[in-house]
Design a binder for this molecule. Structure first.
Ligand SMILES: [Mg+2]
Length: 229
């Protein structure tokens, strides 16, 4: 019998396949904006680097949401020497926010494991993503019906790993850290965040990064949650 009653999932990169969905969107946008497809690979590589950096800056509060929307693309275009003006960049960034959330791909095994957990646990989302687009992602990928509460950093005014968002989540769900489990792919936001409020954690480890503290559990595929839950 598991001691856990409530499961809190991260959304982007844990359930919704943000890398695959973003790459598909950007490929389509290269056609739509008539950009030389030969530039795509180097652009995408630059995008992955800059996107991770600007999201880290957003989490730390050193970049606003508005700045992030365009900075991830303008920095990448600068890297590959693609010329644009401010108006073009605004349209490009707007197209991404419009199109990417409608991509349906989930992380392999996501729907299988959610079906397995459904009814055994009460499940919720805690996400740092933009409020207006997280619901579109969940609806379009079939994730919505599994979750009771969808806790967004914009509702709380702070982002994971800030303890406030986890305490808000416990209160909303009517539970405590002791009977809750956080499942996420981001070391700082999800794992150190949950650890900081005394909640057990499952780290979905998708790269080779090593860390000097051990999460409660580490998995490399979602289906391994069956061994824990
Ligand atoms: Mg994530």
């Amino acid at each position: 019998m598991s001691k856990y009653k409530h499961l809190f999932f991260d959304l982007d990169g844990t359930l919704w396949d943000i890398h695959r969905n973003a790459e598909l969107t950007l490929r389509q946008m290269f056609v739509q904006f008539e950009i030389d497809e030969a530039l795509f690979e180097s652009f995408n590589k630059a995008y992955l680097k800059h996107n991770a950096r600007v999201w880290a800056m957003y989490r730390e509060g050193s970049m606003t949401k508005e700045e992030l929307r365009t900075a991830r693309f303008s920095r990448s275009m600068d890297d590959i020497g693609f010329a644009y003006n401010a108006e073009w960049m605004e349209q490009f960034a707007a197209a991404f926010v419009e199109q990417c959330p409608r991509q349906p791909h989930v992380i392999p095994g996501a729907l299988d494991i959610l079906n397995y957990l459904d009814g055994k646990y009460t499940m919720h989302i805690i996400t740092n993503g933009f409020k207006e687009i997280q619901g579109i992602k969940m609806d379009g990928s079939g994730l919505t019906p599994f979750f009771v509460h969808n806790i967004n950093s914009e509702d709380v005014g702070v982002r994971k790993p800030n303890p406030k968002i986890f305490h808000y989540a416990f209160e909303l769900a009517g539970t405590s850290a002791e009977e809750s489990l956080m499942i996420g792919d981001d070391w700082d936001a999800d794992i150190l965040g949950a650890r900081g409020v005394g909640m057990d954690q499952v780290f979905l480890k998708l790269d080779d990064h090593r860390h000097n503290v051990h999460p409660t559990f580490t998995i490399t595929e979602l289906i391994e949650l069956k061994n824990i839950l």
